[in-house]
Design a protein around this ligand. Sequence first.
Ligand code: GDP
Ligand code: MG
Length: 163
Amino acid sequence: MSNIVAIVGRPNVGKSTFFNRLIQRREAIVDSVSGVTRDRHYGKSDWNGKEFTVIDTGGYVIGSEDVFEAEIDKQVELAIDEADVIIFVVDVETGVTPMDEDVAKLLRKVNKPVFLAVNKVDSGKREDQAMEFYTLGLGEYYTIAGINGSGTGDLLDAVVEAF
Ligand code: GDP
Ligand code: MG
């Protein structure tokens, strides 16, 4: 397989919402398997005529705040191994959290394209708030609202360009 995009980030930032939007009207090609991959969902998508596989990570934490940093780290490390491109989703509502910093630390070492997506940005005020994510040391970010697709086109333009 090639052109694999992994969506990573801590719980409740909106990874699955964005994933579901990407694979809309498409079937997930692989669901729960075993062992380390049991919590990863795979789907097919395309943008600008380029097909790709997208991986949603961290399904085990839906609706739960009770998650260990080590679990997130494991998912991020798997994503780094498996993916060609990584989308790191963070949440403008909460701002930067220690878990975001932890994930950013792993991603800064990666020799693959990493796109920072600041999610839940649906107003000018939140555009301003998004600036605090520069402190993650990952450079430029894309502001998106996965729930309605706002901003996701620009992000996907850049993602498929990176294949
Ligand atoms: P995950 O744990 O990272 O997969 O996050 P989910 O996709 O399950 O979303 C967590 C919560 O954030 C849900 O209540 C979503 O409806 C909400 N959410 C996701 N995207 C957006 C968005 O763009 N704007 C707002 N306001 N809420 C969102
Ligand atoms: Mg999820």
